[in-house]
Design a protein around this ligand. Structure first.
Ligand SMILES: [Zn+2]
Length: 363
């Protein structure tokens, strides 16, 4: 319970803007790894859990670039989407940590200094418990929504990412990458699988290890259907709060589990739980062969949607753009209810729902 409270507070402060979140695993940033903690029991509770992510995401003091916000940008019925995603960067009354504003940081390359090349982040097993500094400065992913059809703006720190950090957040061309995050509840699997199959659409799944253990048949089904399943850690905790050794273990254990369950090697894509990361970790993860995947559309889908399935539909369609990497949480019933309609609409708009191994990031 304490956890929820803490969450609530943080969340309120941050207010959303952000975007981020990956569903709710247990938000406790504790290290150990009792895998099953996130267990919510009642449906209601599950819906409560996700917020943890929100909270974890310290909303960056975003200054929404343009964001045509007021106008057409947000859906008429809007409540749903507009907010969370990106748009209004509400400046929280109490300023969060001073972090580079999206566009200022642009030029300052404070990170590239640290040997981009030697990704070999070998030994530092020390834990960055606090916000960190330098390349260990804790970051939370977000983006700034623009007018319909336009590629959003991204955090200034992305301009300081070295190539060796291998990170993706948007692609190019008439392709959309639906990434379904299952750090929280598995939800209505049958409807999910069917919606994709009926429309011959492929999706990318980031399923926390404890969920793979919980329902290995689901993972096997996804692989069989041609979807991509990638690494989302075993415990779905904030990697900023883990030691390097723990992070490596989270990833390695997942690889092993995936192999046991599917008989195949894991796809080399990784998503940081809650979109919480740092540049040092990007190097560490890429040093293990992975590309870190963020997103260019996210929704406030860790809580009940005000307008039901209309919200995820509008959130996504109002921000659809070339190379769009969409983050959708599987545990949101509204997402699953809207999925068939969303997939059809994306295809009708001329896009192919593709796999991440097919992506070409803009240069
Ligand atoms: Zn997640």
């Amino acid at each position: 319970m304490t956890r929820y409270i803490r969450i609530g507070l943080t969340c309120a402060a941050l207010v959303c803007v952000i975007t981020a979140c990956s569903d709710g695993g247990n938000g406790s940033g504790s290290s150990g790894a009792p895998i099953e903690q996130p267990a919510p029991a009642a449906p209601t509770q599950q819906r409560v859990k996700p917020p943890s992510e929100a909270q974890v995401v310290p909303s960056p003091p975003v200054t929404p670039v343009t964001s045509g916000s007021g106008n057409g940008n947000s859906a008429p019925d809007g409540a749903g989407g507009a907010g969370l995603e990106t748009t209004k960067p509400v400046e929280s009354k109490e300023k969060p940590a001073p972090s580079p504003s999206p566009d200022t940081a642009a030029g300052s390359v404070y990170g590239a200094t640290r040997n981009p090349a030697g990704a070999a982040v070998g030994s530092n097993a020390t834990k960055p418990q606090e916000p960190g500094s330098g390349d260990r400065k804790q970051l939370s992913w977000y983006y700034m929504k623009k007018s319909k059809g336009q590629v959003p703006g991204f955090p200034g720190e992305t301009k300081t990412f070295a190539d060796s950090m291998k990170a993706l957040w948007v692609g190019t061309g008439k392709k959309v990458y639906l990434t379904i995050d299952t750090g929280g509840d598995l939800g209505d699997i049958d409807t999910l699988v069917k919606a994709l199959k009926d429309n011959d659409a492929k999706a990318n799944f980031f399923i926390a290890g404890y969920n793979v253990k919980k329902n290995p048949d689901f993972v096997r089904q996804l692989v069989k259907d041609g979807h991509l399943v990638a690494n989302h850690t075993m415990t779905h905790t904030d990697m900023n709060l883990q030691t390097d050794d723990q992070v490596r273990k989270e990833i390695k254990d997942y690889e092993k589990l995936y192999k046991e369950v599917t008989g195949q090697d894991i796809q080399p894509f990784f998503r940081f739980p809650y979109g919480r990361y740092n540049k040092h970790l990007l190097e560490l993860v890429s040093g293990m062969g992975y590309t870190s995947v963020f997103w260019s559309t996210a929704m406030r889908d860790w809580e009940p949607r005000k307008n039901g399935a209309e919200d995820p539909y509008n959130d996504i369609m109002n921000n659809l753009h070339d190379g769009n990497i969409i983050l959708m949480h599987q545990g949101s019933p509204e997402n699953i209810q809207a999925l068939d309609r969303i997939v059809k609409a994306i295809q009708k708009a001329g896009y192919t729902l593709a796999l991440l191994d097919d992506i070409e990031p803009p240069k």
